[in-house]
Write a protein that binds this ligand. Structure first.
Ligand code: UDP
Ligand code: MG
Length: 313
């Protein structure tokens, strides 16, 4: 008998949070109206996380663990978990308890009302740095304006999805997986539940600035072609400026031969400006071409080191 619910938790160096995480998640699991499997995905942790996961797997037959052969990143770890789930409703949450497991019964209630995707929307982020709050706030709003699909603001990967949605996600072959975007792209009946984001329970943030930036660029490039078009627009605007300047220089030559503006400085500025526009455009182009390259190589999304299947399901 497969379980009714599956919970997926990606774990990267979370030895300090795992015990408390298990305590709170299993308390929620015990209250539900059906069997739950807990899938812990080890994303190449270098601390005691994997050992702790093995121990939990020994103790509790509902626990399954998947260990990736190295650190593949959060989105791929979640994808690996999604490939393994057996439940009819599938929840994804972070290991650091910033996504309160106690919200899951509320999501399940919505699922029972007939929604297929229930995503958690943050109303407030507490005690995170102003930099994180500001960049996250701006990013989600820019993404909303630029993306082809309607990606709700301030939502992360914390959600509950119906089996059908997960099957579609699993059938999507793309390597650059911005799960919250793909989830919106799929459609079906979606709704939000609201929560306040508490600070991390323990340990360091695993999303370094670089990883967050890369996730943000991934989200934008995977769901919008506006950046490409923007380089066309900037190119066109520069062309108009250049033509206007040509007329201006001609005018100065004819009527004001001693104008100080026609010298070296102007040429230097123009050269640097155009150089910058070209390099930025090539960079944007590169982001898209790099992604084509990644897709074309067709490598598997991850390699598996070790799997401890749940002994119950
Ligand atoms: N994580 C992961 N692989 C990574 C980075 C993070 O599996 O390379 C996991 C991490 O263990 C946590 C979740 O992804 O469960 C979110 O990470 P974190 O809390 O550090 O980032 P936040 O989303 O709070 O900025
Ligand atoms: Mg976190």
């Amino acid at each position: 008998m497969p379980p009714k619910y599956s919970f997926i938790i990606p774990i990267y160096n979370e030895e300090k949070t795992i015990s408390e995480l298990y305590r709170r998640v299993s308390a929620v699991m015990d209250t539900l109206d059906g069997e739950v499997e807990l899938i812990l995905v080890n994303d190449g942790s270098r601390d005691r996380s994997l050992e702790m996961m093995r121990e939990l797997h020994q103790q509790d037959p509902r626990v399954c663990y998947i260990s990736l052969a190295r650190n593949f990143g959060h989105q791929i770890a979640v994808t690996a978990g999604l490939n393994f789930v057996q439940g009819e409703a599938i929840a994804i949450l972070d290991a650091d308890l910033q996504d309160p497991p106690e919200l899951i019964p509320e999501m399940i209630a919505k699922w029972q009302q007939g929604y297929q995707v229930i995503y958690a929307q943050r109303t407030e982020r507490r005690k995170e740095s102003w930099f994180k709050r500001f960049t996250a706030y701006s990013f989600y709003r820019i993404l909303k304006r630029l993306a082809d699909v309607d990606i709700p603001t301030d939502t992360g990967d914390f959600c509950l999805m119906d089996r059908r949605v997960v099957d579609v996600l699993n059938a999507m072959p793309e390597r650059n997986r911005y799960i919250r975007g793909l989830r919106s792209w799929i459609g079906f009946k979606q709704t939000a539940v609201y929560f306040q984001r508490e600070p991390r329970f323990a340990g360091e943030v695993k999303y370094t600035f670089r990883k967050s930036l890369s996730l943000a660029i991934n989200g934008l490039v995977s769901f919008s072609r506006v950046p490409l078009r923007m380089s066309t627009y900037v190119g066109l605007i520069s062309a108009v400026v250049a033509i206007a300047m040509a007329f201006l220089v001609l005018y100065w030559r004819l009527f004001q031969p001693h104008s100080p503006l026609t010298g070296f400085a102007m040429i230097a500025i123009a050269v640097f400006f155009l150089g910058a526009v070209q390099l930025v455009s090539i960079g944007i182009l590169g982001e898209y071409i790099g992604r084509i390259y990644e897709e074309v190589k067709g490598r598997p999304l991850y390699t598996l080191g070790e799997v401890g299947r749940s002994r119950k399901f």
